[in-house]
Structure formats: C-alpha cells, structure tokens
Design a protein around this ligand. Sequence first.
Ligand SMILES: [Cu+2]
Length: 110
Amino acid sequence: MRKLLLLLAFVAPMMMFAAEQTLTMKVSGNCGSCKKRIVKAAESVAGVEDANWDKKTKVFTATYDDAKTTPDAIKKAILASGYDVEEAKGDDAAYKTLPDCCKYRDHTHD
Ligand SMILES: [Cu+2]
C-alpha cells in the first residue's frame, strides 16, 4: 500500500505535465476580428483548452492536451480559416471571404 501511494505521488504529477502542452507560433492577421477567427479556429480543435493571439506581435499561443491533438492539427485549422501560419500559406478560398480590413496580405496595418 505504501509503495502504491509512493508510486502515485510520483506518477500523477508527471501525467498532468505530459498532457498539457503549450504551442507558440506566428500567425498573420490585422485586427480584433482576425483574432476572433484565429482563436475560434484553434478552439474548434478537440483538445485545445485555451487559445490566444496578439494582434501587435502576431504571436499565437494555445494550451492543448497532447493525448487529443497535435500542433499540426491546430496549425491546419488556422490555415483552413484563411490565416498564414509561419511559413505556411492560409487557404485562399477562406482568405477571399475575409472582410477587407482583415486582408492582411493586401495591406499591412502596424
Ligand atoms: Cu481582421
């Protein structure tokens, strides 16, 4: 019994750390509605706990459960919503549906 408790004391915290991962990457975009779309796309992926995007630094962060999803799946969901992620280009058809103020490829706001 004591051995089991000792084992649990070591293993349980390790399992918690293994499950929760943080993803940080650059995502293109202009404004607050871009942020809403990017966050919504990321949070539509099962396993994503919390997503955020900073319109000034263009840095996207998310915490996710690595048993349920991967950084690649999160990246793909954002690309599908029409936003560029680091070196990868967002979906063109989705990009065309963005409001003019959000067309970050045509004109840049700083
Ligand atoms: Cu926008």
